[in-house]
Design a protein around this ligand. Structure first.
Ligand code: KG4
Ligand code: ZN
Length: 341
């Protein structure tokens, strides 16, 4: 039974997992405190983690009906993320590991976004391609074993992450923060074919598995400005739907292509943007056409949470990985390939 601690951004997430069974997923979010700044303020997030840590651990134990003494190992996000926020989680994890005399596993937040799928969709005994799309990262990964220590990055964004593009476009449309869920909602009332926005890096000579979203963000800004200059109305819903379509079109096309080229049967989606309803629908459609099986956790497990950290920790324990030292640090730029530190 593994307790997972997640504090890389603005959610204090505490999860408890037994093997690949989810027992508790307690979250305290400081998102409301950041909303008026239009983005996460690192110091505010760190302070909020500190205040939420112990009550959220207790809530997770109560939800799971276990006591801390029942826990066999502590897993914690060691990176990537906001340095100060990560430090709160890493310090707490070390304290629990030391006090309970249990092993500590410092894990990669991005791998945890992939491993959480096991809690929802059960074991996966084969290699897969994972499309990891969050607020800070967008990558296509070759994953020999979900929850394993090897990950190969086939491509990543060259500029903005997909979630970052959602957040920036939401801001320029005046929708608020965080933008992903708000664009998702507005897009349901809009026409995705109303405006043809550019599909970045999809030319014949462009890298097959790399992404670029900053040009798209600029194109949306220019389109809106031009309309406003001419005094024409801007349909926020149409812009949201057309922008969203441009993002998910490129994401799914490249991920499906990677899966076919690598000869795997499974495509897995992870990260906050994987909560997007249109991404999920288009991925399902394209996987079916390509003869691929799609694995995607429920939206609540796509966005940051502690269960994903516990899920990855439990996989590492079950496969005999050696525990982390008690003097590990938090690494805000931890590479995606460093699954365990
Ligand atoms: O994985 P995550 O919770 O945190 C990071 O590791 O970054 O991802 C957060 C990102 C934010 O940019 C947020 O706007 C986006 O995921 N997001 C969404 C949706 N829900 C969250 N983007 C599009 N559609 C959604 N429904
Ligand atoms: Zn995340």
């Amino acid at each position: 039974m593994v307790l997972g601690i997640e504090t890389s951004c603005d959610e204090t997430g505490i999860g408890i997992v037994r093997g690949s069974e989810l027992l508790a997923d307690a979250i305290a979010s400081s998102v409301a405190e950041h909303a008026r700044f239009g983005g996460v303020v690192p110091e505010v997030a760190s302070r909020a983690h500190l205040q939420a840590m112990i009550p959220t651990v207790h809530r997770a134990c109560a939800d799971a009906g276990v006591s801390l003494a029942d826990i066999d190992a502590i897993a914690v996000t060691a990176g990537p993320g906001l340095a100060g926020a990560l430090l709160v989680g890493v310090a707490a994890a070390k304290a629990y590991a030391l006090a309970l005399d249990k092993p500590l596993y410092g894990v990669n937040h991005l791998s945890a976004h992939v491993a959480v799928d096991l809690l929802e969709n059960g074991p996966l005994e084969e290699a897969c391609i994972a499309l990891l799309v969050s607020g800070g990262h967008s990558s296509i990964l070759q994953v020999p074993r979900v929850g394993g220590e090897e990950i190969v990055e086939l491509g990543a964004t060259l500029d903005d992450a997909a979630g970052e593009a959602f957040d920036k476009v939401a801001r320029l449309l005046g929708l608020g923060f965080p933008g992903g869920p708000l664009i998702d909602r507005a897009a349901r009332e809009g026409d995705p074919a109303a405006i043809t926005f550019p599909r970045g890096l999809t030319g014949a000579h462009d890298p097959a598995f790399a992404f670029s979203f900053s040009g798209l963000k600029t194109a949306v800004a220019r389109w809106v400005e031009a309309r406003q200059r001419q005094g024409e109305p801007v349909s926020v819903n149409d812009v949201a739907a057309s922008f969203q379509e441009a993002v998910v079109d490129v994401l799914t096309a490249k991920a499906v292509r990677a899966a076919r080229e690598q000869g795997v049967d499974y495509l897995l989606l992870g990260g906050g943007v994987a909560a997007n309803s249109r991404l999920r629908a288009l991925a399902a459609e394209r996987c079916e056409k390509a003869g691929l099986r799609l694995r995607v956790p429920r939206p609540g497990l796509c966005t940051d949470n502690g269960a994903m950290v516990a899920a990855l920790g439990a996989q590492l324990v079950m496969h005999g990985a050696s525990a982390s030292r008690l003097d590990i640090g938090a690494d805000s730029a931890l590479p995606i390939t460093d699954v365990l530190v």
